[in-house]
Design a protein around this ligand. Structure first.
Ligand code: TXA
Ligand code: MG
Length: 327
């Protein structure tokens, strides 16, 4: 058991020391908090899987500060370089062939690795000053919602890790877009803030995740993700949503509606949370709202969002939260 410390940039030196010693450090990124370890140290990497209770065959993303550092662990094609130039640092992870010096523990023994350059000052300093590539999944316990603040990391990791670097709330709020260049056509394995619309401006062809990707394989996709601990459903129109809410409350359940800002006037006296106005706002808020709502309510009833741009990426998370159940 560790006495877990939460601290800001004054703890950066300690974080660097811990990473070099093979310990775990949680750190902020622009997407969600990561649970980091020296990617070149297999014992350190193994600790990540244990702390998260993550299946050992679910590969980790390696965080680097530059393309040159990516080349320490992966073969970086020209196409990949172009992508990093356009979108990095930022919420894009590119799947590339791994180099043999990257321990197989990082990638669950597959021959590719996800590479990301995060757009967060503290994260980049941690990487550059330790001069190490950092393997990091989201800093939640497996199957829980990804943490977007140090407080949520603490809920899941208290006692399991020595240090949580606190960089405030994550700007983007949902995990990075995962794009593989290892399929015939570049394919989005997980949608994020770098949308298919944005990628098609740089790549001649991109296969979007929509329409169920079975073709492209991501080991993580077989595991259930983002599940709040209480009942969770989605609604298509406000009438079916409020009707379901009323049925729940009649049965003695504490229910809440998660709605976009323009629906606020349509729910009457029912409990609701305003998720925000724009796609960016909703992405920023959604994981915090889910974490808070699951503690307070028995049933979460969520508005469906339009299937395009960043809304589609948020919907991907919400569909998993509700296991696709619509009322
Ligand atoms: O925004 C993010 O990506 C955050 C921050 C911390 O960077 N990280 C994150 O990591 O969300 P994680 O491990 O929670 O999700 C990574 C996803 C998993 O579904 C995993 O299966 C997939 O990416 N993945 C990782 N490496 C892969 C690979 N080589 N091939 C296919 N999928 C891969
Ligand atoms: Mg995760």
């Amino acid at each position: 058991m560790y006495q877990t410390i939460i601290g800001g940039k004054e703890y950066l030196d300690m974080a660097i020391k811990l990473i070099k010693q093979g310990e775990l450090v949680a750190f902020p990124t622009e997407t969600v908090y990561g649970l980091g370890a020296n990617a070149l140290d297999k014992n350190a990497v193994n600790k990540i899987f244990i702390a998260k209770n993550r299946p050992f065959d679910n590969p980790l993303i390696v965080h680097v500060a530059s393309v040159r550092q990516a080349e320490v662990v992966a073969f970086v094609s020209n196409e990949a370089k172009m992508l990093f130039e356009s979108f990095s640092p930022g919420p894009l992870t590119v799947i590339l062939p791994k180099k043999p010096n990257l321990p197989k523990e990082v990638t669950g023994d597959i021959n590719t690795v996800g590479i990301r350059i995060p757009n967060n000052k503290m994260a980049l300093e941690l990487i550059t000053k330790s001069n190490l590539p950092i393997a990091a999944p989201s800093a939640n316990i497996s199957q829980k919602v990804s943490p977007t603040s140090a407080k949520f990391v603490f809920e899941d990791m208290n006692g399991k890790i020595p240090l949580i670097l606190d960089g405030g709330e994550c700007e983007v709020g949902i995990e990075s877009t995962v794009l593989t260049l290892e399929s015939d056509i570049p394919t989005i394995l997980r949608p994020g803030a770098v949308t298919v619309e944005m990628l098609t401006k740089v790549l001649p062809k991109v296969r979007s995740h929509t329409g169920e990707i079975r073709v492209a394989e991501s080991p993580g996709m077989k595991y259930k993700h983002y599940a709040p601990s209480c009942e969770c459903v989605m609604f298509e129109n406000i009438y079916s949503g409020t009707k379901f809410y009323d049925e729940q409350t009649k049965n003695g359940k504490k229910a809440v509606m998660l709605i976009t800002n323009d629906k606020v006037d349509t729910v009457g006296a029912r409990s609701y949370v305003d998720m925000g106005k724009t796609g960016e706002e909703i992405a920023h808020n959604v994981f915090r709202i889910l974490r808070e709502a699951e503690k307070k309510y028995d049933c979460i009833i969520i508005e469906k969002l339009p299937p395009k741009g960043i809304y589609a990426s948020i919907m991907n998370r919400l569909e998993k939260s509700s296991s696709g159940k619509t009322v």
